[in-house]
Write a protein that binds this ligand. Sequence first.
Ligand code: DX5
Ligand code: ZN
Length: 263
Amino acid sequence: MIVSPSILSADWTHLEDAVRVAEAGADWLHCDVMDGHFVPNLTFGPPMVAALHRMTRLPLDVHLMIDQPLAFVPAFVEAGAAILTVHVEAPGVAGPGWPAPVRSHGEGGAASDVSPAPHVPAAHAPAVHTIDLALLRRTLAAIRARGVRAGLALRPDTAYEEIEPVLGELDLLLVMTVYPGFSGQSFLEGPLATMARAAEYKRSHGASFTIEVDGGIRAADTGPRAAEAGAEALVAGHGIYRQPDPKAAIRALKALGARAGAA
Ligand code: DX5
Ligand code: ZN
């Protein structure tokens, strides 16, 4: 099992300690980039990724929760990203962008009493989304052309069928089990079916992309369920950095293993 601790949940006053914890047993380091538009929260950009790259040789697993991510691909490649994952629902990835989800919740985000989705301009919220597969293919190819691995992320409300046509062009499929925007949210079960279908696709087509799960993953309960469904890489924020023994949490997640035949 690949384990990717999410640095967003670490204590940033001791960032280097958090990196050393990851190095003590994890495989990648997950970097959550948020822009306050695609999601109702702000985190960090290329300078933070560059700082992490100077601190560690762990591959940086960069999760872009931003509008128009292609505009920032060169900056994140320059910063040292190994994997760049974009959201299929974000404006500029596969069309004009999809409607905002109901909400994600957490500390430090946009004020919740402004409107149901204050971060999404009306022009970015069509009543019915459309997916432009040709544009999506160009987006993925543009990331790969920069020499990094291309990932595609799905919100919990995005159907597997939407992205199946491009699975053969991915290095990584990131299935979200919370609505993007905050760490520390509760795991949602619906996307387990997406992982299972992606794993079945891998088996039947001999595809090589990695199935990664992100949101509410803990070694005690949700991690095993995701592994059973076919997840091969586990992102964990609170499930590692907010545990009494983060290194033990990494070891426990590593030990889960991918489901036989899913890898
Ligand atoms: C949520 C982020 C996640 C988050 C994970 O938008 O993409 O990577 O930091 O944190 P936990 O594991 O606490 O849900
Ligand atoms: Zn993430």
